[in-house]
Design a binder for this molecule. Sequence first.
Ligand code: URA
Length: 462
Amino acid sequence: MRTHDLSPLHTIDLIRKKRDGGALDPREISFLVSGAAAGTIPLEQLSAWLMAAWLRGLSLDETRSLTLAMRDSGEKFDPSRLGKTAVDKHSTGGVGDKTSFLVAPIAAACGLAVPMISGRALGHTGGTLDKLESIPGYRTALSLSEFETVLAHCGASIVSQTPTLVPADRVLYALRDRTGTVESPGLICASILSKKLAAGLDALVLDVKTGTGAFLRKREDAEYLAALMVATAEAAGTRTVALLTDMGQPLGRAAGNWIELVESVDLLRNQRPPESPSSNHDLRELSLILAGWMIHLGGKSATPEQGRQLAEAALEDGSALAIFFKMIEAQGGDSSVFADPSAFHKPGATQVLTTWQSGFIGEMDTTKIGWAVQRTGAGREKAGEPVDPHAGIEFHARRGARVEQGQPIATIYATTAAMLSEPVELLQQAIVITGEPPEPVELVSRIFTHENAEAHIRDAVR
Ligand code: URA
């Protein structure tokens, strides 16, 4: 070991080094991360370092060191006792994105363990935990030993982050939120992956959104983040793939809380309208593609295409549905509410939005649509506020659909009648009706694996 590796470190030196464009080594990054988790480095110094990292960017090596130091900052989950390969899927966030409710039970039905640590609504996007909590009794805050028990019993469990898992991210994420340093590829990558890797995953499938509803609107930013996450997770020993997928319109037909679960269970029950511009074919298709990759990376199929076939079989024979209901019951939820989903759905106020002119649904500003969904009461204004399980928006026409003036295009479910007008206005601004149909957009436009991720990062930096 070189002697300077043993010299004492000082936060001010590390801030100045990053500020001046230098790269921090693993020991220096560990020093900052353990100081953040232990509360021994003042928040103003951490904030200054975050801003320097945001402005200067983090190299691939720095991103790897930061991810590992954050992963190791607290308790970790060890899935090895389950005796199965542990796989997960993570999405960078979207509107109507409910694929977790399909892919987790499908992959479990194919013999994998799916320890899924999920999040809440963030900005204009919905949160898996908020949706699950619309099931009466469903507990998302399990201890790691309860998590293991549910996984052993059902093969899948969807829970919230425990207080002791990746404590460094709690501190750094809250600071990033307050200091304008969220949108940094290296910081986002380390934040997401540290939590995923702390769950002890053997394999991970990343769904990186592009289009009008994505957090990273610029395609090259989404591609860079996807490649960075693949290269970082692979270097940490987790087989990883990232799919760039379309978020230029809500995924499926429902966006909200309970209504998204109903749509997912309909698909798990094989109930779906015939393929048409208003069906939720995209949700079913994306879920099967993602699950196919989970099954392939988890070693249960020779190719992702074969994985997709296994996924479709698990969807069609009811085994994924049985696992989903078993998981709900194991986490304290009452799955009998799915016997008559519309009887359980009790929105405070409902309004049907009709088309204001004839033509084609040409464009959907999905970030604006996401805000419309949140304003129905389905999302929260401030952290910690409750959400309305019954609120949300159901779409009756999708991008490319031919519509006639006066035709219903959406049904809005709000907490109160006074909360209907803002979502209506936002939808009218977000949905553009055109004379010509729009160009079709590919559901999956690019895939990064260990084979092409590092080269993409090198070329992007050049
Ligand atoms: N989600 C996370 O967990 N972290 C980020 O930095 C961004 C999204």
